[in-house]
Design a protein around this ligand. Sequence first.
Ligand code: FAD
Length: 472
Amino acid sequence: MTDNPLSGLQGTIRGTVITRDDKEAFTAARFRGWNHDLNRRTNPLGFVVASGVRDIVTTVNYCRENSLKLTVRGKGAHSPYGMADDAVVIDLMNMTAVRVDPDTKLASIQAGANGGDIDHETALHNLICITGSVSHTGFAGVALGGGIGHLSRWLGPVVDSIVSYEMVTAKGEVIRVDAEKDPELFWGMRGNGANFGIVTEFVLKLHDMPNDGIIRSAPILWPDAKAPDVLSSWMKRIARPGRKNTETLQFAFLHSPDGHPVCGVVPLIVGETEEAAKGTCDEVAAYAGGALVRQDTQMPYTAMQAALDDCFAFDKNYWDKGVFIDWDPDNEDAVKKIISTVVEAWAAKPAFASKLSTFILLMEVNGAVAKGDPASTSFSARSGRLWATALTGWSDDDDAQRAASKKWCDDMIAALSPFHVATYLNNAMPASAEDMRGVFSEETITRLQNLKEKHDPDGMFKAGAWDYQANV
Ligand SMILES: Cc1cc2nc3c(=O)[nH]c(=O)nc-3n(C[C@H](O)[C@H](O)[C@H](O)COP(=O)(O)OP(=O)(O)OC[C@H]3O[C@@H](n4cnc5c(N)ncnc54)[C@H](O)[C@@H]3O)c2cc1C
């Protein structure tokens, strides 16, 4: 090898190889990722922007033969693990094709695609698959860790709709993984998928979208001072027995477009008559003496899927932390404790926090998520009633603001600890061993370790995935 450790790749790749020597291109690639704070802290060796599967195979072989660290990221690049110091980053940002077969209701999705790329094609046929709740989040990262979307209460996590994967192994082989060919690897991929190979294509089962893809959604808002009353009514409503899984009611603290702190309930109602859907929203809008602003309306589900996109622009500073929680709805003390915890957390948000990007989200994840067999996939967080997340952004490259943002998120999640049922792998920022306990059961960890030993004995994919081996 010469001084440039990637020189042997240049000329063998049809896509683009970017080394540290190409300063402008290297900086652009490094800061392409979603989280500026993580981008500036990570200094990879270089980037291979792959044009197709062959470039991925070539790069994996090259890295293995030259003992180079390797990570992979898609167009989304939202996670802390898509880049690592001194690693070759295989970037799938140009591999975003989505092909829908309306007869079989299957989609073949290239692994670099984001949620918006998928909705764009599936909506043509009034079909849907679960993607993340921000449409520029990468599908691969969402799907490989479980995948909770706006409509998961109706359709379950992404992993329940996966039919097969095409992937490149640590040996550089291209294999297809499904329930028949390798049931154990198929199980492991659906919940901890970033650990065993590089996925090049997902095949997914799609679902019919009723009412020509039109749903009732958009927020119903109150001043945040009304939050205790709104939360109290909402928590009773979502615990009501016999609710249809096609009804999801999300709660959020956020800022209005003119910068006022507000709280809101966002209905997501699928397949109802307009009269019935509006009736549900009328009931919600009456909470706490009546809403301040009511925007719920009929809209294409693709608009709902992209509604939050502008709140989370690329290359800004962010911290977030989330956990799945549950409680006994008949236990009034538990309900009061959850309400006081989130209300106090919202009041304690840092003064410098970005108004656009600071949220406390309480997303419903029960319904079809809970109905799936916990043993069927390695995604193990099925028992939560809510996914509780604190998320904030800050403007300057300032370590004190970063620390305060992290503390704000950590404190809220810690205060909810009596109600924790699981940590979500996809929701864990650069994680300590302590943070990561609770993602998987001991039994699941043992099975995952066996898979890792079999499929990645030399740790080729270690730098780009949560290293559970180091954390148990
Ligand atoms: C604004 C925002 C909104 C979010 N909303 C949701 C949500 O609604 N639901 C939800 O479930 N999660 C959500 N998340 C969490 C999200 O699932 C994770 O951050 C996820 O890792 C992001 O995936 P990505 O593809 O964008 O990231 P990337 O950084 O590209 O990849 C994420 C991980 O997957 C690995 N990886 C990427 N591509 C491949 C591949 N082809 N083969 C193997 N490994 C690969 C990477 O190495 C890395 O470990 C959200 C995150 C953010 C920042």
